[in-house]
Ligand binder design. Structure first.
Ligand code: SF4
Length: 234
């Protein structure tokens, strides 16, 4: 069933219901600042401005890094409405109802898209351990949905894992720092690389074989058993 934004839906889970009356999709959208929808992906996604990246903010200045020429710092991402949307999502992240609202929206978009997947950080990267804790909280409350979180913030992930486990349905995939470089420090987690002159290491992303680029039936990025996904430099 496809829900409209004005339809109220409840989210399973005693924690959510204990917090008061259920939110509507419109209310949740207002709290979170909305989700993104790209044609390439099977799901909606959530992200923040790439200008706020910590590790990426250093890498973007280095020739040959995977952040040099970052897609989220150019093109449509520079349109004022798009920039404002990503900034709004960052600004609203501290709202105490954020986990509740995101839980609802993750479920809502899965039903709308007819596919149980969600992507984090289509732009930007983790800002803190607290941000990862909240994302993991949403994943725990949506156990039937597979979550993919690509990140270069290895220190944040390491710190988080000292205190907490990563939910089984949350694939944290650590991204490499340099084009044609080796996979990053794994921490026992799946990784991704970018290949240009060297061949792909591991599974090569097939998205750019389609025109326009599309994941099609591939869900490798969400699959923790796929040890390394290699994206073609473009
Ligand atoms: S590897 Fe598969 S799931 Fe990941 S971006 Fe490429 S096509 Fe999409």
């Amino acid at each position: 069933m496809v829900l409209t934004e004005s339809q109220a839906i409840t989210v399973d889970g005693p924690e959510f219901r204990a917090r008061g009356p259920p939110l509507t999709v419109s209310e949740a959208t207002e709290i979170v600042g909305g989700l993104s929808r790209t044609s390439k992906m099977p799901s909606h996604s959530w992200g923040i401005p790439a200008a706020n990246c910590h590790v990426g903010g250093k890498l973007v200045r280095i020739q040959g890094s995977t952040c040099r020429g970052c897609y989220a710092l150019k093109g449509a991402y520079r349109w004022s409405a798009v920039e404002a949307a990503y900034q709004r999502r960052l600004d609203r992240f501290e709202d105490p109802r954020w986990v509740d609202a995101m839980t609802l929206l993750v479920n809502w978009q899965a039903r709308k898209n007819g596919t149980p997947y969600f992507r984090w950080m289509d732009s930007g990267d983790l800002q803190s351990v607290g941000m990862l804790e909240k994302i993991a909280g949403v994943a725990r409350r949506t156990p039937e949905i597979a979550h993919w979180l690509p990140t270069r913030e290895i220190a944040i992930v390491r710190q988080y894992r000292k205190k907490s486990d990563v939910p089984e349905n949350l694939t944290i995939r650590l991204s490499s720092y340099f084009v044609d470089g080796d996979p990053p420090l794994r921490l026992g987690l799946p990784t991704s690389t970018v290949h240009k002159d060297a061949g792909p290491k591991g599974l090569e992303c097939p998205a750019y074989e389609a025109k326009p680029a599309s994941c099609g039936d591939c869900r490798a990025c969400w699959d923790p058993k796929v040890v390394n996904v290699s994206y073609r430099f473009h």
